[in-house]
Design a protein around this ligand. Structure first.
Ligand SMILES: NC(=O)c1ccc[n+]([C@@H]2O[C@H](COP(=O)([O-])OP(=O)(O)OC[C@H]3O[C@@H](n4cnc5c(N)ncnc54)[C@H](O)[C@@H]3O)[C@@H](O)[C@H]2O)c1
Length: 254
């Protein structure tokens, strides 16, 4: 049992949970007693994560779906209904980060990035919020990025646009859902050690720049993002909604 948080009797769905930050959040909520739905587009990783959790005595269901596909999202929530009949926490985490110059950015990559990073959050939020409204409350967390709140990256226009959209979407959802006791917050990680950033971590010049820019002088661990998610989803954050939270070692202090 997690020493601080108690999510027993609560059902948590994490999208893109087969690796990286999603995996860390799934593990953290399981350790705190939650039943978890492990979604990923990659069947092997989703199945492995859920199987590992079940081996550890946790209640976990793998559900393979592309969360940018409305039919797949409908099936995901039907599976959650069938297994648990409720959803307490939705974490929209699935994301992709193509790298292109704007001068020749392929339209298909632009559209796919908006679909996965933003439209998928809309689709999952709509499904979850209808259920949370009927249950009397819930929590939705959207994993955005510093790129969507405070700081451009470089050659990642679609990513930054999608994450900025996710921050705005989180505030609008928080405003509308507050009357139904559904809290919505965005999390804006800095540079976190996951497969998404692996290629950058082999670049010594880039690593040196980051160490200079980040006051805590290191990259973040996926578990450190999960710790913020645990707190925001818990009753300890019961008066907090509509905010976008940096977890970036002090890179952005706004
Ligand atoms: N790693 C970082 O430094 C960092 C920084 C800021 C924000 N983020 C955000 O955090 C989230 C997780 O990032 P990560 O670093 O763990 O990435 P990752 O690439 O390591 O993992 C992403 C997971 O999402 C899954 N996924 C991708 N598209 C999907 C889809 N359409 N449907 C379902 N699953 C899908 C992938 O299969 C993968 O398992 C992303 O939204 C990312 O933009 C990451």
């Amino acid at each position: 049992m997690h020493p601080t948080y108690d999510f027993r009797e609560r059902v948590v769905c994490v999208t893109g949970a087969g690796r990286g930050i999603g995996l860390a959040m799934t593990a953290a909520f399981s350790a705190a007693g939650a039943a978890v739905c492990v979604n990923d587009i990659d069947a092997d990783s989703a199945d492995q994560v859920a199987a590992e959790l079940r081996r550890g005595g946790h209640d976990a269901l793998a559900f393979v779906a592309d969360v940018a596909d409305p039919a797949g999202v409908g099936e995901l929530f039907a599976a959650i209904d069938a297994r648990w009949g409720r959803i307490d926490v939705l974490i929209n985490n699935a994301g992709i980060e193509p790298v292109h110059s704007l001068f020749d950015h392929p339209l298909a990559d632009w559209q796919r990035t908006l679909d996965v990073n933003l439209t998928a959050a809309f689709l999952c939020t709509q499904q979850a919020a209808r259920r949370m409204r009927d249950q009397g409350g819930g929590v939705i967390l959207n994993i955005a990025s510093i790129a969507g709140k405070s700081q451009p990256l470089y050659l990642r226009a679609a990513y930054a646009a999608s994450k900025a959209g996710l921050v705005g979407f989180s505030k609008e959802a928080a405003r509308e859902f507050a009357a139904h006791q559904i809290r919505v917050n965005a999390i804006c990680p800095g540079v976190i050690i996951t497969p998404m950033t692996e290629h950058l971590r082999h670049d010594e010049a880039q690593m040196a720049r980051w160490r200079g820019e980040i006051p805590l002088a290191r990259l973040g661990e996926a578990e450190e993002v999960a710790n913020l998610a645990l707190w925001l989803a818990s009753d300890a954050a019961s008066y907090i909604t509509g905010a976008a939270w940096h977890v970036d070692g002090g890179k952005n202090m706004a």
